[in-house]
Design a protein around this ligand. Sequence first.
Ligand code: FAD
Length: 421
Amino acid sequence: MTAGRNWAGNHTYRAQRLHRPTSLEHLQEIVATAPRIRVLGSRHSFTGIADSAEMVSLEAVQTPATPLAGMDVDLAARTVSVGGGVTYGELAEVLRAAGAALHNLASLPHISVAGAVATATHGSGVTNGNLATAVAAMEMVTSSGDIVRASRGDADFDGMVVGLGALGAVTRLTLDIEPAFGVEQRVFEGLAWKSLYEHFDEITACGYSVSLFTTWGEDVGSVWVKTRTDQGGVADGDLFDAVPAVVDRHPVVGLDPTSCTPQLGRPGLWSDRLPHFRMGFTPSAGDELQSEYLLPHTSAVAALQAVRSLSPRIRPLLLTCEIRTVAADRLWMSTAYEQASVALHFTWKPTPTAVADVLVELERALSPFGARPHWGKMFLADAAAIAPLYARHADFLRLTERLDERGAFRNAWLEDHLLTS
Ligand SMILES: Cc1cc2nc3c(=O)[nH]c(=O)nc-3n(C[C@H](O)[C@H](O)[C@H](O)COP(=O)(O)OP(=O)(O)OC[C@H]3O[C@@H](n4cnc5c(N)ncnc54)[C@H](O)[C@@H]3O)c2cc1C
């Protein structure tokens, strides 16, 4: 079986075989014998990051009894253990039944946990680390076929978590959980650029998770504020000069909000409010491309001004742009490594050539801020440009050589963006 295309349809996997192992032993055998192999997650990346001559999907067997798919909640230890093919939507169901929660989620729940962790996928919130920061322990099958386990605090653990799929096949992740909490979501519209520039820190900290959606027009656009009910919920009234929306909204202005999680301050469970999109709905047909850059929170306003100066180039290609915040962490290849970050995300129309052209200008404009591209999205920066952005880059390359001695998990994407000669 061949692997087909990614979610957005802009990358056709060149893998000639897609394996679907039914047991851990089967996976070990596949990985140990394949000359070149990669794990395919839920296909939500926009590049060939998951591609290789052979690929393996861990989502094949979905019975809880299999070690590759099962989930195990431990309320006393405040952890959940998930198999390498599980999605956040599936995990949220199990946590809901157990009265537990994750600290944060990305914009949609259809993404695999292991794929999200591997690429430092994040939600928003100045006090919230990205989704990889919830990993307390992990297990993987390396290219020798051996099983490697590591826990927070172990040597090299901080290098293994955001592994970019380059270290082995992650078969199990143990994630921190907490008691379930409620969230209210409210959208505020019409924020002036001046207000954002003057009050960036206040606005991005006015809720547990705050996202701004803009198309770089006359005003900023909307501010989506998600506040925990155990922290008082969303305050009434205006947000500087932005006013509360009176109907539900979609992040892309004018689109039907049916696929979006409820707003208007209606309280709901963390898992039904932290993602922008509901589990039961496909948020779009995949007719979009995405890019994102993370840079120091302290450079946010200057970076916004730099991007805004490119708005005549950006706007014709844009569906929407989302601005989020991510707390600093210690994970070597995390886009928020040792840096409280602001994330500038671009949802583009499906025009790859034009997008690649505008990325040249965008990356030039953001380079003075040390912008780190999101690993799962479209970007141009090569290994020479990426290396200085990560203090532990060389350590990570050494880790790939140690865990993957025969280079089975190397692929073209890694050669282009990480492996300096
Ligand atoms: C509609 C949409 C919304 C998105 N929203 C957000 C968002 O809110 N925030 C954000 O930060 N990003 C977001 N993303 C990006 C997305 O989270 C990342 O691209 C993520 O990597 C996708 O996970 P995946 O399982 O689909 O990975 P894939 O694209 O299948 O693979 C990504 C990488 O993970 C590796 N991998 C996957 N599973 C394993 C495993 N078990 N063991 C080892 N390696 C593995 C692959 O080899 C590959 O290197 C979004 C993407 C889309 C399409």
